[in-house]
Design a protein around this ligand. Structure first.
Ligand code: ACO
Length: 440
């Protein structure tokens, strides 16, 4: 394929004048090549089966684009992440999570008036149906909060029937706002339930993240004052997690939504996928790993173990399917981690010392250099969240709160895409061929 400048005009996403030629034995086939705004061109194999009677094989979708999207872009080699074109570090530095929600949903940063209106709309939806409090009490006291989230968010569809018709643009909009507004309330309820404290209602005079903090940490018997440093840091953490292109949970939401399932059910499926330790559960796993290492002098032992394939051990918070460079979110997270530990007087946190030493050793080690394994966002987020006061079981829940807007924006984009069809991957069958049921 020739380079981007010469491969034909047309809007991003359209076929270029270039073609890829596929040779199978003596047969040759021409395949369209599509070009995005930035990023690699894609070879369009949508008609391959019709043309050739063959499928493509790509477990884990390492080379397969499943959709067109204009929301988020990652350059894994450069270590760059853009939301609607804006670099993640600039957004984290200069704006707030709710403005980023607006950006992801509508494509542009909000004007002052747009922001005020959007905040009012979201704020209007922060409470959950009162009957949900009774729904919560059906869970076991010691249930993992992610189990509670999967069930409760799925159950939203039974409480909000009036926004489940996905063919109605207005209902889609209301469902999107409800989801962004109610997720912190549900997450805080899951936490409160797990520690046996009363649910705290949302306070609409507070900003999005401060309100979430008060729902998690306030108790009815005492006044609660939000620490602005913590609120700002958590808001930034939410920005960093808001969207990440076609990752496993987002692809799950798209796949669930492709059948026409309602948005609450789709987001519940995203939460289920996020729960896994290779995805959203990694910050919990990274913190547990730092605790297991226990002291700086044991770091080399664990690095050696991570390099030994037979151990089955990996450095949690290291490596990424797409980033083959330092995860740009990890840089902001590292800075936020230091800010929070300084502000809260935890500068000597032994886990931070272990993390710094682990990063230092791994980044110099040939194994990690050769495989391009760098710290990802989860490496420092666990330490930060723990310092703020969140228990480890809640880490993935916080991720889900932040990622909800990304899931919703991607779900909306899919529903509104005229090319959208039900997702239905094919397979390479390796089981027994047809055989007859044995006669007596
Ligand atoms: N520690 C040690 N070795 C590793 C690690 C690690 N953390 N990650 C990858 N490797 C090695 C693999 O053993 C493999 O080696 P090989 O080529 O000799 O077989 C090579 O690097 C490539 O690894 P894959 O598993 O093929 O890479 P993949 O892209 O499938 O996986 C993943 C990416 C799942 C993130 C992986 O790096 C990992 O398990 N990391 C630890 C878990 C983690 O931190 N997950 C968070 C991801 S970020 C997020 O979800 C927000």
């Amino acid at each position: 394929m020739s380079d981007r400048e010469t491969n034909g005009a047309g809007s991003p996403g359209e076929a270029t004048r270039q073609h890829a030629t596929l040779t199978i034995g003596n047969e040759q086939y021409e395949l369209d090549v599509r070009r995005g705004t930035i990023g690699p061109d894609v070879v369009d194999v949508g008609n391959l089966y019709k043309q050739t009677g063959r499928f493509t094989y790509d477990p884990g979708f390492t080379s397969t684009a499943n959709c067109k999207s204009s929301i988020t872009f990652i350059d894994g080699d450069k270590g760059e992440l853009l939301y609607r074109g804006y670099p993640i570090d600039q957004l984290a530095e200069n704006t707030n999570f709710l403005a980023v929600c607006y950006l992801l949903l509508y494509g542009e940063l909000p004007t002052n008036t747009e922001f005020i209106n959007f905040r009012r709309t979201i704020t209007n939806h922060t409470m959950v149906h009162e009957q949900m409090t009774r729904f919560f009490t059906g869970y076991r006291r010691d249930a993992h909060p992610m189990a509670v989230m999967v069930g409760t968010v799925g159950a939203l569809s039974s409480f909000y029937h009036d926004s489940t018709d996905i063919t109605d643009q207005e209902q889609r909009e209301i469902a999107s706002h409800r989801m962004i507004a109610k997720m912190p309330t549900i997450a805080a309820m899951a936490y409160k339930y797990s520690i046996g404290q009363p649910f705290i209602y949302p306070r609409n005079d507070l900003d999005y993240t401060s309100n979430f903090l008060q729902m998690c940490f306030a108790v009815p018997s005492e006044p609660y004052i939000v620490n602005p440093i913590i609120s700002r840091a958590l808001d930034r953490i939410f920005i960093l997690h808001a969207d990440h292109e076609q990752n496993a949970s987002t692809s799950t939401v798209r796949l669930a939504g492709s059948s026409g399932a309602n948005p609450f059910a789709c987001i519940a499926s995203g939460i289920a996928c996020l729960w896994g330790p290779a995805h959203g559960g990694a910050n919990e796993a990274a913190l547990n790993m730092l605790k297991e290492i226990g002291s700086v002098d044991r770091v080399p032992e664990f690095v050696a173990k991570a390099k030994d394939k037979s151990s089955g051990f990996r450095l949690m918070g290291f490596g990424h399917r797409v980033y083959k460079n330092y995860d740009p979110r990890a840089k902001v997270m590292q800075k936020t981690c230091h800010e929070i530990l300084d502000a809260l007087g935890h500068r000597d946190d032994p886990l931070l010392k272990i993390a710094i030493e682990l990063e230092r050793i791994a980044l110099q080690d040939e194994y990690f250099i050769e495989k391009k394994l760098y710290p990802n966002i989860d490496f420092y987020s666990g330490i930060t969240l723990r310092a703020i006061g969140f228990p480890v079981e809640l880490f993935t829940v916080l991720f889900a709160v932040a990622r909800t807007v990304g899931w919703i924006a991607q779900w909306k984009e899919m529903i509104e895409d005229p090319e959208q069809r039900i997702g239905r991957p094919r397979q390479l069958y390796i089981g027994p061929p047809r055989r007859e049921f044995p006669a007596e």
